[in-house]
Design a protein around this ligand. Structure first.
Ligand code: ARG
Length: 585
């Protein structure tokens, strides 16, 4: 079903044509949520911007629009205010019918987009033989949420894990392991990721100090790229080792991803360079092959090159991204490609895309988006580090969140004199702990840095996962106390809205569709968090002010229906953030 704003917009579009002619058929009628609920629910701001083309004053224009408007089923009589705003107030009857329709629909009346778009979300993308860090955690959480929302809207989404599984680091690592721990290169499970990271660190030290080692490492990369049996085997073992560890984190966080790492594009790299040469974009610069960029200069103001093949013949991150881009467009037929990485990689993408565009590889209908995010900081405001100053391991961070949640819950259980099984406690705290981490990340405007605080994210007050989970639990509590079976409520429930609190909640319930549309366009998940937070607040106000289980009919059933719709909206909304609900907590 079309959302309320969409319905209003189309009514206004019709009125514009009826009043001023076909020239105005494509004019955006500028219907938005009211800036102040005192004046209504929505407002139309178009009159002010038509004064020039119509050579008339905005209030007169507004009157003319209203004369041609037929909104009787949706709104009370529109009112003109100030310079020419048209204020709209939804009819209670309209709200009631809309909610009734929502009740009977599994998707809460939110239609799928037709036709669906082929979209790739490139997210998480950690590097093999390195620890996944908090930056990858952000990418994982934000990317997954965006993918979930786009999928729910009906798009065909390919979730790609562009893991760093290729390049010089493998030559270095294999060479090092060959001398200190050769079993690791021939036997599965000879190392865990922690060991691997440590060996990587040692190998890097050696690489930076020892010229011979450096040279052997380079030759090793060449052997690997040429497909030498033993190098391939060693590389595969190292990848599997890392992959298994990454998968544990994905399992905990309920993340689904298709791994298609840098190595996948290896066979396309030479061709990328060749084609850039054919098109005439390639320039040789101190032995390296590169494309000079427009609008990017060095300190001296000279144009900056994007290197696509190093002087030793090796390719790099940018070359792989060029190949990936072509594959995604030509083979996968994606028309929207979304990259979720920290803001620090913004230039990299701008440069790669510029070269791809100039090469003519990006058709008009393809949209490339960098979903950039800020860094995660500790409570001291500096980049998140362990107490001893090392980078925080993801595994430990997630475990700590669950432990914090556990302490919280156990304290609460004691205070409330409840008895709970160990199994319940473990399951609930796993959900609360991990959800808190996800929500803390998603509820921030992703472009800003955010401060990681277990205390804040696990608080039952404020814009947090526990607050939202608790609102859901509260509603489940109502049904338990009142012995209510939501399924039994039936679809022919009559919704009757009497009080202000009911109407406020009802209006909010109808807005999820618009919020999801907005997030799928702008890719800011915090908008959905804000919506769900406000929904919980509005529900709590309603529940404080209105009797539900003890109310008389027909209010009782109607209010139960409002509870049910709130719970279902919360559950759906949270699921799109990658957060499951709990029946009790
Ligand atoms: N592996 C990279 C990193 O850890 C992120 C890859 C992002 N995706 C891409 N297509 N470049 O920084």
């Amino acid at each position: 079903m079309t959302s309320t704003v969409e319905q209003l917009q189309s009514k206004f579009s019709q009125a514009l044509v009826a009043a001023f002619g076909e020239d105005f058929a494509t004019t955006d009628p500028m219907v938005v949520e009211a800036t102040n609920p005192k004046f209504g629910d929505y407002q139309c701001n178009i009159a002010m911007s038509l004064t020039k083309p119509l050579k008339s004053n905005p209030r007169a224009i507004a009157t003319q629009i209203i004369d041609h408007l037929s909104l009787d089923e949706i709104c009370e009589t529109p009112e003109i205010a100030g310079p020419g705003f048209i204020n709209l107030r939804l009819k209670t009857n309209y709200l009631e019918t809309q909610l009734q329709q929502m009740l009977g629909d599994e998707r809460l009346n939110i239609p799928k987009v037709i036709p669906p778009q082929g979209i790739i979300v490139d997210f998480s993308s950690p590097n093999i033989a390195k620890e996944m860090h908090v930056g990858h955690l952000r990418s994982t959480i934000i990317g997954d949420c965006i993918a979930r929302i786009l999928e729910f809207r009906g798009h065909e989404v390919l979730r790609l894990n562009h893991v760093g599984d290729w390049g010089t680091q493998f030559g270095m690592l294999i060479t090092y392991l060959r001398s200190v721990y050769p079993e690791a290169l021939t036997t599965a499970d000879a190392l865990d990721l922690g060991d691997l990271v440590e060996f990587y660190r040692q190998a890097k030290v050696r690489f930076d100090q020892d010229e011979t080692f450096k040279e052997t490492s380079r030759q090793e990369v060449v052997r690997l790229q040429a497909g030498a049996e033993d190098s391939r085997r060693a590389w595969q073992l190292l990848c599997e080792q890392s992959r298994r560890e990454f998968q544990l984190i994905y399992n905990d966080l309920d993340i689904k991803l298709t791994e298609r790492g840098e190595s996948f594009y290896n066979s396309f790299l030479a061709q990328i360079v060749e084609e850039l040469d054919k098109i005439g974009l390639l320039v040789e610069n101190q032995g390296a092959k590169c494309v000079f960029l427009e609008g990017f200069t060095n300190k001296e103001g000279e144009p900056l090159p994007l290197i696509v093949q190093k002087s030793d013949g090796g390719y790099n991150y940018a070359t792989t991204d060029l190949a990936a881009l072509r594959h995604r467009i030509e083979t996968e037929k994606a028309t929207r490609i979304i990259y979720v990485t920290d803001a620090g990689q913004s230039n990299h993408f701008m440069q790669v895309w510029q070269v791809a565009k100039r090469a003519g590889w990006i058709p008009e209908n393809v949209e490339l988006v960098h979903v950039a995010f800020g860094i995660v900081k500790g409570e001291d405001g500096k980049k998140l580090k362990t107490r001893s100053g090392e980078t925080v391991r993801l595994r430990e961070l997630l475990d700590e969140a669950v432990n914090y949640a556990k302490t919280d819950l156990e304290n609460r259980i004691k205070e409330e004199g409840r008895t709970e099984t160990e199994e319940f406690i473990n399951q609930a705290t796993q959900v609360v702990g991990l959800s808190a981490v996800k929500y803390a990340d998603l509820s921030q405007n992703r472009t800003s840095d955010y401060i990681f605080s277990f205390d804040k994210m696990l608080s039952l007050q404020g814009n947090t996962a526990p607050y939202l989970l608790y609102a859901y639990v509260r509603i489940q509590g109502i049904s338990r106390k009142g012995n209510i079976d939501w399924q039994q409520l039936g679809i022919d429930v009559k919704v009757v809205l009497e009080t202000e609190a009911e109407c406020v909640l009802a209006k909010h319930l109808l807005q999820l569709q618009d919020v999801l549309k907005e997030v799928s366009e702008d890719l800011f998940p915090n908008r959905l968090c804000q919506y769900l937070f406000e929904l919980s607040q509005k529900f709590n106000q309603f529940y404080e002010q209105c009797e539900v289980v003890k109310a008389e009919e027909p209010q009782r059933t109607s209010r139960l229906a409002l509870c049910d719709l709130t719970a279902r909206t919360l559950k759906l909304g949270l699921s799109l953030l990658g957060i499951p609900v709990l029946e009790r907590m």
